[in-house]
Design a protein. Structure first.
Ligand code: ADP
Ligand code: MG
Length: 264
């Protein structure tokens, strides 16, 4: 039975999608059966795995159809050319769900209902959430067991993450009792920047120490290039610092998932 992890941060551009794609690919390469769910109308995770332009238009079903309850989730899942990795793609149409879902009685639980149907078929399901805290994002928070928060080392990151954690606590109290934060991962870290280090130290004092992953993701130009080639970093440039960092983060995540399975 898969551990379901949502990658969440209501701020855009903090490396949610980058983390989702590269962790998913690294876990797949480690021999896990992984499903990446694209829960963002921007479809960046879909494009980053090589489905863009015509291939995107040719998709029969997407996360939109699944979340609206119109097709079984397995019908929307497509194989990728990367080891162990399947994808539930998304397109701009998903934006309509944000409005249409409001009519649903269980509007925040639609994704959970669907994902439970395919949970047994994977070891890990990763949901790449959109930058918002609206109904779609709440579907992401309710469908998962754990969340990972990518965070940039900037002074104003703190407020957003504090707000997010408050919402996670609320969801946990009301509709997703077992929800826990798996960890916060610092992304786009520039260790040459002294201010980056100082901000990181300041941020760390605000949270329990064990909430942070040991792995920090460095700013790395190869990570920026990989999506336009439709490949995770470990395939695009396996020798890059970015590939190494995401492989280490994936191993940390795998260990935490294993500890969690033993608890179940
Ligand atoms: P989000 O999904 O949170 O909006 P993205 O994953 O799309 O963020 O990342 C935003 C931008 O930053 C993208 O252009 C991505 O390629 C770039 N990026 C992410 N992580 C890194 C990194 N470690 N080094 C360099 N560029 C990065
Ligand atoms: Mg994104």
């Amino acid at each position: 039975m898969a551990v379901i992890i949502s990658i969440v941060n209501q701020k855009g551009g903090v490396a949610k999608t980058t983390t989702a794609i590269n962790v998913a690919a690294a876990l797949g390469a480690m021999g896990k059966k992984v499903l990446l769910v694209d829960l963002d109308p921007q479809g960046n995770a879909t494009a980053g795995l090589g489905i863009s332009g015509g291939a995107k238009r040719d998709l029969e079903y997407t996360t939109y159809d699944v979340i609206m309850g119109e097709v079984r989730p397995a019908q929307a899942v497509v194989a990728t050319k990367f080891k162990g990795l399947s994808l539930m793609p998304s397109t701009q149409s998903l934006a309509e769900a944000e409005i249409k879902l409001l009519k649903f009685e269980n509007k925040n639980m639609q994704l959970k209902k669907a994902i439970l149907q395919i949970r047994d078929e994977y070891d890990i399901i990763i949901i790449d959430c959109l930058p918002s805290l609206g109904v779609l994002a709440l579907n992401g928070l309710n469908a998962c067991d754990r969340i990972i928060i990518p965070m940039q080392c900037e002074p104003y990151s703190l407020e957003g993450v504090a707000e997010l954690i408050a919402i996670v606590k609320r969801v946990k109290k009301s509709t997703n009792r077992n929800l826990q934060i798996m960890g916060i991962a610092f992304t786009m870290v520039d260790s040459k920047l002294k201010v980056n280090r100082e901000v990181m130290r300041a941020i760390k004092t605000k949270f329990p120490e064990d909430i942070f992953f040991n792995t920090e993701i460095p700013r790395n130009v190869k990570i920026t290039e990989a999506p336009s080639h439709g490949e995770p970093i470990m395939y695009y440039d396996p020798a890059s610092k970015g590939a190494d960092a995401y492989a280490r983060l994936a191993r940390e995540i795998a260990r935490k998932c294993k500890a969690m399975e033993e608890m179940l």
